[in-house]
Design a protein. Structure first.
Length: 361
């Protein structure tokens, strides 16, 4: 006679044996193992890609002709001959690499880990780390916040347009989004700058804060900073909103016709529940991938917008670095942009696996 041990009661009030509970525990542990394996696989790919990006960032500047000090020496040579002692002093100040390529690579990895990218040629004697740490907060607040707002607003409008397709709630956001996204960033920026800055004088035309203000965390300074960032932020929002609306609308329309959405409607669920919890959850996956790429590019800033408005973000800093052949600054900015894209893609991959468990297989 076989005895059974008392087990938790099920939903129907019936007891289960220990043998019947074993498959459930095995299934749960197997799911946790698959999730852990999925995250480890994505993490390994992230580390490998990061190493490849860091290595390419090391190799590319060394494929260029000359040394990092040549640009500075060329400017000095315009005023007369440059002595060997002057050349040696400039090379020492700018940190010209020495030793074989392997020693330079090891030194470079140490500099990347310690965030020591040397001295900027353009803004000498400021270090690259100081310049980047000063410009990065402005770009994160401007481009980052606006990108998130544009994604959320565009996704919701796209869901509404698809759910109410054929009505004015579909026509208005679709046409206005298509019209606004047809214009390039710099053209919209120039229009806003001309009318709102010069003609109507509603907003400042350049800078991140007033000439007499000192950066701090007071409400006065933050209000002044938001006032100066309004036109650049509005430019990015206008030109990027249409893409999110159209992308979400198109995928939402194809998802609405699926069987599980029809089944949810047949069960008498509220239209808002069906639209957001059933249709939109699967339709948002392609938009989520695009959002990860856009979020990764936030660190790079919007070069044209920041250039038009004279906004001291990373994009404006990168423009000056390229224009003045500032190799240490360019190298640090390119590496930072690459790292931000990789981190954003890694996080989106993890979130993608949560929203769609099929991708974890």
């Amino acid at each position: 006679m076989t005895s059974t041990t008392a087990a938790p009661r099920g939903v129907e009030g019936k007891s289960r044996s220990v043998a019947e509970d074993v498959p459930l525990r095995t299934q749960g542990s197997g799911r946790a193992a698959r999730n852990a394996l999925y995250i480890l696989r994505k993490l390994g790919l992230f580390v490998l890609t990061l190493w490849a990006a860091v290595t390419v960032n090391f190799i590319l500047p060394r494929l260029m002709p000359g040394t990092p000090a040549d640009a500075a020496l060329a400017k000095l040579a315009q005023n007369g001959p440059v002595s060997d002692a002057t050349k040696a002093a400039i090379e020492a100040q700018l940190g010209v690499p020495t030793g074989n390529i392997f020693e330079q690579y090891v030194t470079y990895l140490h500099q990347v880990i310690t965030l020591d990218f040397g001295v900027s040629y353009t803004f000498y004697p400021q270090t690259v780390s100081e310049l980047v740490s000063t410009a990065l907060p402005y770009t994160l607040v401007l481009v980052g916040v606006v990108t998130i707002i544009a994604f959320i607003l565009g996704t919701l409008l796209g869901v509404l347009a698809a759910w109410k397709r054929g009505t004015w709630l579909d026509t208005l956001p679709t046409l206005s989004g298509s019209f606004a996204s047809a214009f390039p960033y710099f053209w919209t920026a120039l229009l806003l700058l001309f009318f709102a800055g010069y003609v109507w004088r509603l907003f400042p035309t350049s800078g991140a804060y007033g000439p007499t203000a000192t950066p701090n965390l007071s409400f006065g300074f933050l209000g002044d900073a938001l006032y100066h960032a309004f036109l650049p932020a509005l430019t990015i929002l206008i030109t990027s909103l249409g893409g999110w609306i159209l992308g979400m609308r198109n995928t939402m329309i194809s998802t609405i016709g699926d069987d599980y959405v029809t089944f949810a409607e047949a069960n008498g669920l509220k239209p808002r529940v069906v639209a957001l919890r059933y249709a939109a959850r699967n339709a948002i996956l392609p938009n989520l991938t695009s959002f990860g790429l856009a979020l990764g590019g936030v660190v790079g800033g919007s070069i044209l917008v920041e250039r038009v408005f004279g906004y001291p973000g990373v994009g404006y800093l990168l423009f000056n670095a390229v224009t003045n052949q500032d190799y240490p600054l360019m190298q640090a900015l390119f590496l930072m942009i690459t790292l931000s894209v990789l981190v954003a893609n890694f996080l989106v991959d993890i979130l993608y696996g949560v929203l769609d468990p099929r991708t974890r297989r």
